[in-house]
Design a protein. Sequence first.
Lengths: 130, 509
Amino acid sequence: MAKKVLNVEDDVDTRTFVSTVLEKNGYTPILAKDGEEGMRKVGEERPDLIILDILMPKQSGIKMYHELKTDPSLKDIPVIMLSAVSKRTFLRSQEALTEFGDETVPEPQAYLEKPVEPEDLAEILRKILG
Amino acid sequence: MKEMAKLLIIDDEESIRKVLTVSLASDGYDVSAAAGGEEGIALFKKESPSIVLTDIKMPGMDGIEALKQIKKLNPDAEVIMITGHGDMDSAIEALKLDASDFLNKPIKDEALSVALKRAEERIAIKKKLKEYTDDLENMVRMATEEVKRRSDFQNKLITSSNDAIVATDEKGDIVIYNRGAERIFGYPRVEIIRKMNIDKLYPQAIVLEFRSGLERRGDADLSEWREFAIVAKDGEIVPTRFSGSILYGEDEVIGSVGFFQDLREVKRLQEELIKSERLAATGQTVAGLAHYIKNILNGLKGGTYVLNVALDNNDTGKIKGGWAMIERNVGRISDLVLNLLAYSKEREPEPENCFPNEIVEEVCALIELKARESSIEIQRDLDPLLGKVYMDPNAIHRALLNLVSNAIDACIFDSAPKKQWWVKVATAIKENHIVRFEVADNGMGMDKETREKIFSSPFSTKGERGTGLGLLVTEKIVKENGGTIDVASEQGNGSTFTIYLPFQEAQKS
């Protein structure tokens, strides 16, 4: 069965682009347009991988990432960050969040900066999901 | 040691000459002797003695004649006349000719000594007087030069001052009017100095205060710098900063002075500063646009990719989807560029006959799709009395488009759950040829801090989705077209932006 990949992304064009890449490479795309909807879909669909944007209304990718990685039932789902925010900035944000808890949050599986080449995305998907 | 005063003896009698010479030489004088008038004059020229003793009655040139000659050569020489019996008339004449003293023959030692002493005293006094006079003349000359120098300096000060300096006498007639004043008031000096009174030159408000001061009627306080507009000779309004003073002598008013600073340059620089601040903000905008443009690029790339995949697979649905992505992002670029241009250029309004209500419809049509995607209702409330007017349609379009775009984003970014979002655009024709445009929404609203920031520089709460430019452009357009913009907002309860723009009656084509 085709692996399910959830894309949480507020920009409609990026969503269309990512779902096309996913379909072309044999994965089933699931889409959400913000962190709130994203967490809901995670519970409903149980995706095999999450492609996560950072700057979104209602609930940002920073918060969602932290939620995923501190939830024992969800922390093992591989996450790829896809954002216009730089990797360094994102990692600093995670450090800031973990200051207030005990859990150390692992780095995401991969970090891609927008704009991303379809081949690069496809390669990482293959590496993680096979 | 006593200075050797030079002495000349003129007497035709050799014995007298000998006796006097010996006696006076032993007293320490430098003595020369002559036997007659001519010889005496020649010796006088040669030796320049300060004291002369001369006999009156002599053959050839007599003593009187000698006296005259000597006085011609040196009016200060002390000439003592040696008189004999019967010389009274001559003696008196000699006095008139400025002889100093008399010695009667036979000459007694004591008399001689007294006469010489007196002569020397007179010489000393004359010398001192001359010194004082020379000194005095020198001092007066130096003082005069100093006065002149200071006067020159002050004149140069007044002339070279860029500011206007206008001084009057106690009647208010103008006595000083420098180049700076010519530049500000426009009148040449020849028309002003001693020809015009401040009643005619100064603006009325200042005149009244000066009059009160000159006539000592009250406490005229002109000293604080105030801004005042001067109407120049040619009618030009010159902004100036003014300060003045009443001038007092010992106890009376002697005149007044006014200083005017030309603010034209300052005002011009202030406008330049606003312009360059705006340009600088554009630079800030460019930096802040990085994320925004990245997203657009991503959209274009993505659209091209999707389109290519769809063409490979003959997937019509995906072809449409890919193409829509490209179209949408081209639209976003176009919008961004237009906003940047509108922001950084000074634009003269270009009014034409147009229908503002139609422009509102155009704007609504443009954002229709985006609104529908996010379940936002677009409402219109258009004044039926607002028909054809003479206004700048592009200005209205851009200003409203930015506001409506922001209103839609305010709804999208509103985190309140399950709201029925709406954006309302309203027009109304008001009195005094004003149109009112309103763009209202019930989205996330703004707190006081945000409200204060939005008009001052590019500021966005939309993260990489916003540039902060739209509102600044709208405000600039509104100002350029002679209008005003206002906002009312409450956090969580939406915002209402109101624009008032003047219009003219539709022109006959």
